[in-house]
Write a protein that binds this ligand. Structure first.
Ligand code: AMP
Length: 567
């Protein structure tokens, strides 16, 4: 494979584009098509018009039915809501059919979805709206007891979002109802799709990174590369018109879009969208809809499945591909799935920045249980680097996983300074994950061995320690604080806050800290689940807080408490 050009690409409109020679090569290889995401999705959907596209507990639609709605929503966004190509729309919508319609409708209208989640708080939504310049916020009214409507009203009143669209509920004053946008578009089917004038090298979708410090960085996903990401996954997973994918995690997350929704559409497969990852719902939906692929099962969900009596009696026999990823899979969980439920796992590694690794179909149990596989595209280039250096470590040694290729971003959105350290001088994205390359007779595979980034992976939900610490120290009783991961049998990790209080401050508890953080608009899943009051935080020999020492400390405390309980 020829080396890619190392010339520094232009930072244009806030995103780093691929240089011309790279783009030409990706097209010549057939990875990139020269078309926009909506053009490709619309063409694929039209090809499979009569096939079932989407199944939820409420709907079962063919590709034609889904596309008609998405087209109407796109036209309604333009005609009724005044959206223009290049606008951005934040999403706070769960796993319902309206989310799929609105996502596809925005893409068709050239409006860039910002893939925020309903779980985000007003702080994240406000800051990300500012960062992306989003004009729109779509909320699902019947998610979370009306919390999203309230939050949207507050953000609107504070001028942080200009235009709110409320799905599955009535609009409040100044907002629009999803149904009205859809109806406005349905009445004018003649308007040409907005995407015809769009550039395939421009931003199609904004995804949120799980991989950096501070407030989540924004990964600008460009039309051609994001389309290819979905196609490469569909090919690696061998999706076809007969495939039935069940997806129970938030569909707007990059994994939902790139492992399930878009690859399904490109293949004419059926997407079965579960409203939640609750085990009873999940097993019932497997029995009723007989999916053959579960494209992403986080280890925490696999453990819950193993713990649940329903899983022992449910008929899970339709599932042929059970892909675990998003977080380190303990090997004993893979063995229990095999022994207790007859499930042969495959593993994947994914990230909003691009590159996916997958254990190939038919690989040995050793590979499936101990590695996250191999890149899904021949265009993916992987390096294992010495942390803090651009030198590669030897095969078999642990180093930082770095990637470049036809669907890995070249820079975060509007983050020039951060991009200097997040990417190597020749454009490899430094993941912050520690990995090992295994060169075996069966092939070359990678295992994830830890991480250097200051992130807590709570059952695949990422918590950026620095973001939470900045808010904890705003508490008047707190002098300083550090958030670290503590082990959890199901979720893998949870956040534990070590706090140094001001003299004479009231004692801080998990509940009082939660009140403080929620008042600042932080998402609930980021709340520390344990608070340790200490006299001082331990320091490394260069004077930084030693998170390693704090992680060891809480691990020992938890182990001692477990021993105490056993007695
Ligand atoms: P996100 O961008 O939210 O999808 O998060 C990407 C991050 O999730 C990666 O950089 C890893 O830290 C973590 N991750 C994803 N898949 C795995 C896996 N199979 N094993 C361990 N960590 C993983």
């Amino acid at each position: 494979m020829s080396a890619l050009s190392a010339e520094v690409p232009a930072q244009d409109d806030g995103y780093v584009s691929y240089d011309d020679s790279t783009r030409d090569r990706y097209r010549a290889e057939g990875w990139w098509s020269g078309h926009t995401l909506p053009a490709v999705l619309e063409h694929a959907a039209a090809t499979h018009a009569g096939q079932t596209a989407l199944v939820t507990p409420e709907v079962s639609w063919t590709y034609r039915e889904l596309l008609d709605r998405a087209g109407a929503f796109a036209r309604g966004m333009a005609a009724d809501a005044g959206a223009r190509p290049g606008d951005a729309a934040m999403f706070q919508m769960g796993n319902v059919a309206e989310t799929v319609v609105a996502y596809l409708g925005c893409v068709l209208a050239g409006v860039r979805p910002v893939c925020t989640l309903p779980q985000h708080g007003s702080r994240e939504i406000g800051l990300l709206a500012q960062h992306t310049g989003a004009r729109f916020l779509l909320v699902q009214d019947d998610f979370g007891n009306g919390r999203l409507r309230q939050q949207a009203q507050d953000l609107s009143a504070r001028g942080l979002v200009q235009s709110v669209i409320v799905a599955r509920g009535a609009a409040f004053e100044g907002a629009r109802a999803y149904d009205d946008v859809l109806a406005a578009g349905a009445s004018d089917p003649s308007a040409p799709p907005a995407y015809l004038s769009m550039d395939p090298a421009s931003v199609a979708v904004f995804q949120l990174s799980g991989g950096t410090t501070g407030l989540p960085k924004v990964a600008p996903r460009l039309h051609e590369e994001y389309t290819y990401n979905s196609r490469a996954w569909a090919e690696a997973m061998e999706y076809g018109t007969g495939s039935r994918l069940l997806y129970p995690l938030p569909i707007m997350h990059n994994a939902g879009i790139s492992l399930a929704l878009q690859p399904a559409m490109l293949s004419g497969a059926c997407l079965i969208l579960a409203p939640s990852a609750d085990i009873t719902t999940l097993t019932a939906m497997i029995e009723q809809h007989r999916p053959d692929v579960l494209p992403l099962v986080p280890p925490a969900l696999a453990i819950r499945l193993l713990d649940a009596p329903e899983a022992r009696t449910a008929d899970l026999s339709s599932v042929r591909s059970f892909v675990v990823g998003g977080q380190k899979l303990p090997v004993e969980v893979a063995e229990r799935l095999r022994d207790e439920l007859g499930i042969q796992v495959r593993q994947m590694f994914g990230m909003a920045e691009g590159m996916f690794l997958l254990t190939p179909a038919g690989s040995s149990e050793d590979v499936r249980h101990h590695t996250v596989g191999t890149p899904i595209s021949a265009g993916d280039e992987v390096r294992i680097l010495e942390p803090g250096s651009e030198a590669a470590v030897a095969d078999g040694e642990i180093g930082e996983l770095a990637a470049r290729g036809p669907y890995t971003i070249r820079g975060y959105y509007r983050a020039e300074a951060h991009n200097q350290t997040a990417f190597t001088s020749d454009g490899f994205y430094r993941t912050g994950d520690l990995a090992r390359r295994h060169v075996t007779a069966e092939g070359t595979f990678y295992s994830i061995e830890g991480r250097i980034k200051d992130v807590i992976n709570r059952g695949v939900e990422k918590i950026h320690a620095e973001e939470v610490e900045e808010l904890i120290v705003q508490h008047p009783g707190v002098r300083t604080a550090a958030l670290v991961a503590m082990p959890d049998r199901v979720l893998g990790e949870k956040g534990c806050a070590f706090v140094v209080l001001e003299p004479d401050a009231e004692p801080l508890t998990v509940a009082s800290l939660a009140d403080h953080l929620l008042a600042l608009g932080l998402a609930r899943y980021k709340l520390p689940e344990r608070v340790e009051i200490v006299d001082a935080l331990p320091l490394t020999n260069v004077g930084k807080v030693s998170k390693k020492q704090l992680r060891d400390d809480i691990e020992h405390r938890l182990a001692a408490e477990d021993r105490q309980e056993e007695r």
